[in-house]
Design a protein around this ligand. Structure first.
Ligand code: GTP
Ligand code: MG
Ligand code: ZN
Length: 366
C-alpha cells in the first residue's frame, strides 16, 4: 500500500481495542507490514532468544489468527486474575513452534503468551479437548485444518432455502462432530422464506438431533438458540450465505459483523466471512463464526468406518449376511432391505453412499 512514515507519528499501542467492524484480514496485513518494519530494526531474532517453555501454562485464548499473528484474549496482566476484564492483544507467533500436518492454531485454542521487548508472543499451544476439523485435500504440508478448538457445541447452520437445504453437508458435519468430540445441533435459518420446514428436518429430529428453527428477519427461534448457547463456547458452520454471521448480529446487535447478499446469478453465498473468529456476546455466549464452506473433507475416517458414524445404519448392519458388507452392492444386505421397505430413509442412505464413495475416490487418507 506504500504508506509513508510520518515523523512524530504516535506509536500505536500493541494492546488493541476490540473493533469487530474491522475486516480482520486487512488488520493482519496492515500489522504484518508494520511489524516487519519494526522487526527489521531489532537485533536478529532477539525476540526468539528465550527458550520455548517446557511446561505449558496457558494464559490466553486465540480469537483469530493469520500465519504469523494472532489476536488473543487474556487478562490485562498476563499473570492476572481470571476475574479481570479480558483484553484483546495482538501477538506474534513464535516461529519455532512446530508446523505439522495439523493447523498450529485455531480460534478457541488455549495458548501461552509472554511479553518480550514490549511485544507479546505466543510461545506454546495447549492440546485441544475438542475440535472441528476438515481434511484440506491439498497436496501441501497442511492436511488437517482445525476450524475451531475447545468448543462445546457445533451449530450446523443451514438455510431452509437460498441456498437450498443440503442434507449431505449436515451428515458430514455430524461425522466431524463425533470425530472431534463436539456436541452437534442443527439450526435451520431463513424459515421466513418458506411455508414449512425442509423435508429432511424430521429425519434429523428422529435421530435425536437438537434442532433450532430460526429467522434473522422475524427473530423467530433466536431466544431459544440464545439460551442454548449461554455459558458455552460454540462454533457456527455451514454453507456460505445461510446466515451464520447474521445470526450472531441478531444475537448481539453490537457486533455488526459484515454479511453479504446472495449472488443473484448462482443463488449462493458470496463468502462474506473470510476467516474464523471468536466473539464474546452478551449473556455469556462465546461463539466462533466461520467462513462458509462448499464441502467438508473428513479426516481420519476410512470408507469401511463410515457406517459407524451413521448410528441407524451401524445398527442394521449386524443383520447383513457379510460382516464386511459395504451396503452398496451386496444382495443380502439388511441396510438396503431397510431402504426398500421404507424403514431407513433413502436420503440418509444416499448420504452414506456419497460419503463412502467420496472417501474411496478422494483418497483423503494420504
Ligand atoms: N430472509 C432471510 N434472509 C436472511 C436470514 N439470515 C440471513 N439472511 C440473509 O442472507 C444473506 C447471507 O447472510 P450472511 O450472514 O452473510 O451468511 P453467512 O452464512 O455468514 O455467509 P458466509 O460468511 O459467506 O459464510 C444476507 O443477505 C442476509 O441478510 C433470514 O433468516 N431470513
Ligand atoms: Mg459470515
Ligand atoms: Zn449391508
Amino acid at each position: 500500500m506504500g504508506k509513508r512514515k510520518r515523523p512524530g507519528k504516535k506509536k500505536r499501542s500493541t494492546v488493541r481495542e476490540r473493533n469487530w467492524e474491522d475486516n480482520r484480514d486487512a488488520d493482519f496485513s496492515h500489522d504484518l507490514a508494520r511489524h516487519r518494519r519494526a522487526l527489521a530494526k531489532l537485533p536478529e531474532h532477539s525476540l526468539y532468544a528465550p527458550p520455548l517453555p517446557a511446561d505449558l501454562t496457558p494464559n490466553a485464548t486465540v480469537v483469530s489468527h493469520s500465519r504469523k499473528w494472532a489476536f488473543v484474549e487474556c487478562a490485562p496482566s498476563l499473570s492476572g486474575n481470571a476475574s479481570d476484564a479480558p483484553v484483546t492483544r495482538l501477538c506474534l507467533i513464535d516461529e519455532r513452534l512446530p508446523e505439522g500436518e495439523e493447523s498450529l492454531l485455531a480460534p478457541g485454542d488455549r495458548v501461552q503468551v509472554e511479553e518480550s521487548e514490549g511485544q507479546f508472543i505466543v510461545r506454546g499451544v495447549a492440546s485441544r479437548s475438542t475440535w472441528l476439523s476438515r481434511h484440506t485435500g491439498g497436496k501441501g504440508r497442511l492436511k488437517q485444518q482445525i476450524i475451531a478448538a475447545n468448543v462445546d457445541l457445533l451449530v450446523i447452520v443451514a438455510a431452509a432455502v437460498n441456498p437450498p437445504f443440503r442434507p449431505g453437508l449436515v451428515d458430514r458435519f455430524l461425522i466431524a462432530a463425533q470425530l472431534g468430540g463436539v456436541t452437534p445441533v442443527l439450526c435451520i435459518n431463513k424459515i421466513d422464506l418458506v411455508d414449512r420446514e425442509p423435508e429432511a428436518t424430521d429425519l434429523y429430529r428422529e435421530l435425536g438431533l437438537e434442532i433450532f428453527i430460526t429467522s434473522c428477519k422475524t427473530g423467530k427461534g433466536l431466544d431459544t438458540l440464545r439460551d442454548r448457547l449461554a455459558g458455552r463456547i460454540s462454533v457456527l458452520a455451514g454453507h456460505s450465505g445461510v446466515g451464520k454471521s447474521s445470526l450472531l448480529n441478531r444475537l448481539d446487535p453490537a457486533l455488526r459483523i459484515v454479511t453479504r447478499e446472495l449472488s443473484e446469478a448462482t443463488n449462493r453465498g458470496r463468502h462474506a466471512t473470510t476467516s474464523a473468529a471468536l466473539y464474546e456476546l452478551r449473556g455469556g455466549i462465546r461463539i466462533i463464526d466461520t467462513p462458509g464452506i462448499r464441502s467438508l473433507g473428513l479426516w481420519d475416517v476410512t470408507p469401511e468406518e463410515v457406517s459407524f458414524y451413521f448410528p441407524e445404519i451401524a445398527a442394521l448392519s449386524t443383520h447383513c449376511k457379510y460382516r464386511n458388507c459395504t451396503h452398496i452392492h451386496e444382495l443380502s444386505c439388511a441396510v438396503r432391505q431397510a431402504v426398500d421397505q421404507g424403514a431407513l430413509p433413502s436420503q440418509r442412505y444416499q448420504s452414506y453412499k456419497r460419503v463412502r464413495t467420496a472417501l474411496e475416490t478422494e483418497d483423503t487418507r494420504s
